[in-house]
Design a protein around this ligand. Structure first.
Ligand code: 5RP
Length: 246
C-alpha cells in the first residue's frame, strides 16, 4: 500500500511574516518609543504594529522610521511618527538584516537604508533582528553585497580607497557602484552606495569597520557590530530566538 507523506510548504513570505509579527507581540508595549526598520521582513513588523494600534491593543506609542519607504507604510497605518531630534532614545527597534553571524553581528543595507538604520538603531535600548534562517552565516561578507554609503563627490576615488582597506586584503574584494535601472542609485540621504563583494569572509570585522569609517567620503557602512540584542529566526522547523552572549 502506498503511503502519502504530506509536507507543509512554508513560503518565504510566511517566514518573514512570522518573525515580524512575533517581534512586535513580544517586544512592543504601550508607551514606548520604537524604531521601525526597512525591508521586506521589517514590513511585517510595521504591519503588525499598525494592526495593534488600530485595534487599541497598543496605545500612546511613537515611532521613528529608518527610511522614506517605511515612513510611507507607517503613515498608511496612522502610526504616530517622531524623529531622533525630539526622541533621542528608543525603547526598542525592530529590523531585518542581510547576514547575521554567531555573535549577532550583522551586514545590513542591501535595501539601501543603512545610514538611517544605524543612526536610529544605535540609540535603541534593545535591537531586535528578524530574519529567516537563510541569513545566518559563519562569517560576514560572502552571501552578497556589503554596502557602503558614500558621498557622490568623487566617488571613484572613494571606491579606490575602499579596495585598498587593509582588513580586506586576502578576501579578494571587488566593488560596484549601485545602480537603479540605468542610473546611479540614490539613498534617502542623496548619497551613493558602493557595494563590496568578497570571495572569503572578512577575517577581522572590527578592524574592517574602523578602517572603513576612517575613509574620507565614506558616510556609513553596512557592518552593524555589537548592536543586536536578540535575533528571531524563522525556518521550516519553526521559530527560534537567539540572544546575544553576555
Ligand atoms: O538593511 C536593510 C535595508 O537597508 C534590510 O534590513 C535588509 O536588507 C534585509 O532586508 P529583507 O528583510 O528585505 O531581506
Amino acid at each position: 500500500m502506498a503511503t502519502t507523506i504530506q509536507m507543509q510548504v512554508i513560503s518565504t513570505e510566511e517566514l518573514k511574516k512570522a518573525v515580524g509579527y512575533k517581534a512586535v507581540d513580544d517586544h512592543i508595549r504601550s508607551g514606548m518609543v520604537v524604531g521601525l526598520g526597512t525591508g521586506s521582513t521589517a514590513y511585517y513588523a510595521v504591519e503588525r504594529l499598525g494592526q495593534k494600534i488600530k485595534k487599541g491593543e497598543i496605545v500612546d506609542i511613537v515611532a521613528i522610521p529608518t527610511s522614506t519607504k517605511t515612513e510611507h507604510q507607517a503613515k498608511t497605518w496612522d502610526i504616530p511618527l517622531v524623529t531622533l531630534d525630539t526622541h533621542p532614545s528608543l525603547d526598542v527597534a525592530i529590523d531585518g538584516a542581510d547576514e547575521v553571524d554567531d555573535q549577532l553581528n550583522l551586514v545590513k543595507g542591501r535595501g539601501g537604508a543603512l545610514l538611517r538604520e544605524k543612526m536610529v538603531e544605535v540609540e535603541a535600548k534593545k535591537l531586535v533582528i528578524i530574519v529567516d534562517e537563510s541569513k545566518l552565516v559563519k562569517g560576514l561578507g560572502i552571501t552578497g553585497a556589503m554596502p557602503v554609503e558614500v558621498t557622490p563627490f568623487c566617488w571613484k576615488r572613494t571606491m579606490r580607497r575602499l579596495l585598498e582597506v587593509e582588513a580586506f586584503q586576502g578576501c579578494q574584494v571587488s566593488a560596484k557602484i549601485r545602480e537603479d535601472k540605468d542610473t546611479v542609485y540614490l539613498t534617502d540621504n542623496h548619497n551613493y552606495i558602493i557595494d563590496l563583494f568578497f570571495q572569503k569572509p572578512i577575517p577581522d570585522i572590527s578592524l574592517a569597520a574602523r578602517q572603513l569609517i576612517e575613509i574620507v567620503g565614506v558616510v556609513e557602512h553596512g557592518l552593524f557590530l555589537n548592536m543586536a540584542d536578540i535575533c528571531i529566526v524563522s525556518g521550516m522547523n519553526g521559530i527560534r530566538v537567539v540572544e546575544k552572549n553576555p
